[in-house]
Write a protein of this length. Structure first.
Length: 263
């Protein structure tokens, strides 16, 4: 039985790497006494795979992994066991039983939704009128037919048009609701109340193993257009959801958890 697990990564654990998170859940599943399946061969290992890895310095409420189990307790007990034997900063939020031929989470990812706010350092150091300048730039950004930036890969740097990778970039005032319409007709509502940190920027960007755009790439472009130095520590970036394309040729996005069902 294949299960997709949704979890949050918050607080100081934004400083630990993706490999550390993988090791944590491999051990946590054993501590929870869950009947996970193992591969065959000379070196058996837990059958578990993670969705798009998150860079350091980001927090999230929408990280995912898939794992195969020989048997399962009830869903509520499954989640409770993982949380009781784990740490609160890596909290399991939901789980779903996947159909037999479902794409694994890494292959299914096509977009991620982020919220960007000023950090405490950003509040202190960024000039007061920059936020209003940023709003003007963001309003014009999605009107551009192309946005050429220098993107770094593991092997090289090259000019890349990131405009096709930007689905949504919008700003909201503190306390102002952001509403996202999903492809299945459902809605998600997000809101950030901290007035001191000013506007929130919501970004729905392409993600996955083939095409991937980070919020930091958008921030660099905005800073270059406003003449502000782009310092990563000026911003808090939080992933709100990890998404996949609508199934059966539909238009729009779904949460990765929507690929499965309750049990």
């Amino acid at each position: 039985m294949k299960v997709r697990v949704k979890y949050a990564k918050t607080g100081p654990l934004k400083f630990i790497s993706h490999l550390d998170v993988m090791r944590y859940f491999q051990k946590n599943i054993r501590r929870a006494g869950l009947d996970i399946a193992y591969s065959t061969g000379l070196s058996p290992h837990e059958i578990i795979s993670f969705a798009a890895p998150m860079p350091l310095m980001l927090t999230s409420e929408a990280e995912y992994f898939d794992a195969e189990f020989n048997s399962l307790p009830e869903k509520k007990e499954f989640i409770n066991r993982l949380n009781e034997t784990g740490v609160p900063e890596l909290k399991v939020l939901d789980a779903a039983l996947l159909p037999e031929k479902c794409l694994n989470s890494m292959a299914a990812v096509t977009a991620s939704l982020y919220r960007v706010n000023l950090s405490e350092r950003g509040v202190r150091e960024i000039k007061e009128n920059w936020l209003s300048e940023m709003r003007d730039v963001l309003e014009r950004l999605t009107d551009d037919k192309e946005i050429i930036v220098i993107k770094k890969t593991k092997k090289k740097e090259e000019p890349t048009d990131i405009r096709p990778m930007i689905h949504i970039v919008e700003m909201r005032e503190p306390g102002e609701e952001y509403l996202l319409e999903w492809g299945n007709g459902h809605q998600s509502r997000y809101c950030h109340e901290d007035e001191e940190k000013g506007y929130s920027v919501y970004m729905l960007l392409a993600a996955g193993s083939k095409i991937n755009l980070r919020p930091a790439d958008i921030l660099k472009e905005v800073c270059s257009r406003t003449g502000e130095e782009c310092i990563r520590f000026h911003y808090d970036i939080h992933r709100l959801e990890t998404c996949m394309d609508m199934q059966e040729g539909g238009r729009g996005f779904l949460s990765l958890i929507d690929a499965g069902s309750d049990w």
